[in-house]
Design a protein around this ligand. Structure first.
Ligand SMILES: Cc1ncc(COP(=O)(O)O)c(C=O)c1O
Length: 409
């Protein structure tokens, strides 16, 4: 008799964005004359940078000629892109990352979700709250947690991000083996200082833990004092894996390209207490289960490292950060406290009331969709996330409506 993986039954019944879509769908159907503006889900709206489009066209032309046609590429990514990443994202910031430590993939969601496979199932997890739900759910599916109770799973050490700690959790007083960190953060938009990251690297070294550092929003950092990579911290090559994505950097959410960095100096331990390098494990997993990102897409990703590509992607992230500034200013005028939005495309608003209630208020009074913080974890209660990913016109219209609806614009 075939049986299901019962760990799936432990997952919270619905997915946050499906819940939001249902409520918005019901409202829109009942109010056809009231168009809704979506500042909820974090998807980009602006077209690809011209350098990427040109690279896509060029690579498609190559694929159309026998002499330049390419079939399967290396599963880990083409050397031209791995080298561009190692040079452009790491050497340029003083970090020592070899091209063959970079694994090209079709998304950070997959990488963050798949990486747990190379670790034992009976390890202790430390995961932030609120959090990008993929870290928790993929560990639930893999059987690393007990049942959910009160919105939390047994077996996870929750790292609470609250107004009291500026939404950046301090290292815990107890050990963990696998630590998820995400900066600039989704959903809070908070960034970690060098000192805070040093404390985490030190924690991982003391506890022989691994940090999974999700830096999908790195391109939004503008404060020169904020580290862009965990590898800017001494000793991080021995304790951290980093994830980055072209999704929010260059508008690749529909094109799909990202990468994971697994340093060759990073170990975990086997049952006998012997250190084992993680690089060959991830290489094995990646080459067995993944067949590479398409050649044109990798060419488009590589184009972001050219002079034109750099200035165009910078203009793109500047544009969304311009939206973020308008949102922050509007929240301040309404007397609402918020963080994020200056080094991240998300604004985390402390609404001081039930987050779904505030979501419904914005939807029904202003026809604006935000994301209720409770959907990201218990500590998200009392907050909503507003995304800066939209056209300027829509952001301005949404802010005008919110101001009018809340009566304090
Ligand atoms: C924190 C974080 N990590 C990873 C991802 C996934 O990015 P990708 O489009 O590369 O799968 C997202 C997307 O929203 C995200 O917010």
């Amino acid at each position: 008799m075939i049986r299901i993986n019962e760990n799936y039954s432990k997952l919270a019944a619905s997915y946050l964005f499906a819940d939001i879509a249902r409520r918005v769908g019901e409202y829109a159907a009942a109010n056809p004359g009231k168009p809704v503006i979506r500042l909820g889900i974090g998807d980009v709206t602006e077209p690809l940078p011209p350098a990427c489009v040109e690279a896509l066209h060029g690579a498609s032309d190559e694929m159309s000629r026998r002499a330049t046609f390419r079939g399967y590429g290396p599963e880990q990514g083409y050397p031209f892109l791995r080298e561009a990443v190692a040079q452009g994202d790491y050497a340029a910031r003083g970090c020592r990352i070899e091209p063959d430590e970079v694994f090209i993939s079709d998304g950070s969601k997959c990488d963050c979700g798949n990486i747990q496979e190379i670790f034992a199932t009976d390890i202790r997890l430390a995961i932030p709250d609120p959090v990008y739900p993929v870290y928790v759910d993929t560990n639930v599916m893999a059987g690393r947690t007990g049942a959910a109770a009160g919105g939390r799973y047994e077996g996870i050490l929750y790292l609470e991000s609250t107004p009291a700690n500026g939404y950046v959790p301090a290292v815990p007083g107890e050990p963990a083996d696998l630590v998820y960190l995400c900066f600039p953060n989704n959903p809070t938009g908070a960034v970690a200082t060098r000192g805070q990251l040093e404390a985490w690297v030190d924690y991982a070294r003391r506890n022989r833990a691994v940090i999974l550092y999700d830096s999908a929003y790195e391109a939004y950092i503008r404060d020169p004092a904020v580290p862009h990579s965990i590898y800017e911290i001494d000793g991080a090559r021995e304790v951290a894996i980093e994830f980055r994505s072209f999704s929010k950097t260059a508008g690749f959410t529909g094109l799909r390209c990202a990468y994971a960095v697994v340093p060759k100096t990073l170990n975990a331990w086997d049952r006998a207490g012997k250190p084992q390098a993680l690089h060959p494990l991830w290489n094995r997993r990646h080459t067995t289960k993944f067949n590479g990102v398409s050649y044109p897409v990798q060419r488009a990703a590589a184009a972001t490292y050219t002079a034109d590509g750099r200035s165009q992607t910078r203009a793109l992230t500047d544009f969304y950060l311009g939206n973020a500034r308008l949102i922050r200013e509007a929240m301040a005028r309404l007397g609402l406290k918020c963080v994020g939005g200056d080094n991240a495309p998300y604004i985390w608003v402390n609404v001081g009331r039930d987050s779904w209630e505030f979501f419904d208020l914005l939807l029904t009074r202003a026809q604006v969709v935000c994301t209720p913080g409770a959907g990201f974890g218990r500590c998200g209660e009392g907050h909503v996330r507003i995304s800066a990913f939209n056209s300027r016109e829509n952001v301005e219209a949404a802010l005008g409506r919110i101001g009018a609806a809340l009566g304090r614009a």
